[in-house]
Design a binder for this molecule. Sequence first.
Ligand code: ZN
Ligand code: ZN
Ligand code: ZN
Length: 387
Amino acid sequence: MPLTFIDIPRMHGPKKEQILKIYEQLKHIFSSYGQGVDCICFVAPANNVNLSHDEVDYIQSILYLFQTDLSTDMHCFHTFADAGQPCLRSVLDSYNVQNYESYTVNWSAFFQESSEFSSPFWKMNVSSFDEFFSQLRTLTPKTLRRTLEGTPPTLEKSEILKLDIAELHPEVNEDLAKLEETMSNVETFIDHKDEIMSDGDFSFTIEEIKQTKQPLQPGIHVTNCMNCFFTCHEKCGIPDDDGKKDCSSMRDGYCMVCTDHCIWSAHKNTPYTFHYTSVQVTKSYKELKTKYEEEKGKILEFDDYLEHLDNEIKGLLDRIRRKIDRITEYKNELRGIEKSPLAGSINDTIDDMINAERRKKEKGYEKRIKMFLELKKHSKLIRIERQ
Ligand SMILES: [Zn+2]
Ligand SMILES: [Zn+2]
Ligand SMILES: [Zn+2]
C-alpha cells in the first residue's frame, strides 16, 4: 500500500496567519482525496535540550487542526539518537505534552558503508520502524476540524465574562495612569538631580489625567464592544445585552462600527461610561518623598528613593500585565477559541487597546499608548528570562 506524506514546514510570520494558511491548504488536499491522516509525526533531534515556547505552541496548533485529543496522537521521531533516553523527551514532558509515542532513530547509518559503528544504528532504526508500522495499523485516521472557531459559551457564562472584562478595563487604565505618573516623576528627578541636591527640593507642574466614571441618564444605554474596548453606539435604546443584535450598529448580527466587525454577542451595555479629565497640579520632590517616608517610617536618600520608585514601576507593570492576561483569557473564552490556535495573545489584546485609544482620542491617549508600548517591552523581557 502506498504511503503519502504531507510535510508541514514551519513558516515565518504571525502564527494565526500561518495556521490558517496551513489549514486551508490541508482542506484543499483533503477535498481532492477525501480522507484524513493516519498519523501525525514530529521529527526533531534527540539531543535537543530546549524547545521554545513558540515551537511547542506550533506543534500543539498543528495537532489542534485535526479531530484529536490534544494530549495524545503524536508520533515523535528522535533523530541523531545515540544512547539512552532522548533529551527531547524531558523537554516535551516539561511542557506537559503527554502520551506521545517515541521512536529513536539515527539516519547517519543509512548514508554509510556498513561498519561496526553503523550496525547498531541500523538495528535501532529497523526496530523503531517495526514498532511504528505495527502501531500505524492500530490507529484511527484523523480528519480535519470543520472549523477552527470554537463553540461560544452559554449566554449566562458569556454575561459573566463580559462583566469581568468591563470591570477590569478601567482598572487597567487607572494603573496605566499611575505608571505614567511614576515614570515621569523618575525622569524629572533625574533631570533635576543637581537642584534637588543643592536646594533639597524641586517643584514641578504636571498635567494629571483622571479617569471619571459617569452614570448614564435613565433610559439611555450604551453598546460597548468587549473585544475592541470601543463604544460602538453611545445613545443606544437597547438595555438588554441579549437584545444587542438589534442595535443600530449591527448588520446581520455583526457590528459595523468595530474594526473587525465583531459579533453582536461580544457587546455589552454598562450603566456608566468612562471619560478623562485633566488638571494642572504642582508637585514637589520633597513632598512626594516625605509622604513615602512617613508611610514607611524611615528616611531615604535620593538614590534609595529612586530605587523605590523603580520597584514601584516594575510592580505596576506586572500588575497591569496580569490584568491584561486575564482580559485576554476572557476574550478568548467569549469567542470559544481558548484552545484554538486562533486564540489571541496578551500582545493582541494590548494592540486592541492601543487601537481603541487611537480611535477614541480621549484626553491623554498618547501617554496611555506610550505606556502600552512600555508594557509590551516589559512582557518581552519576562519571556526571554523564562526561556
Ligand atoms: Zn468589537
Ligand atoms: Zn444601539
Ligand atoms: Zn461593535
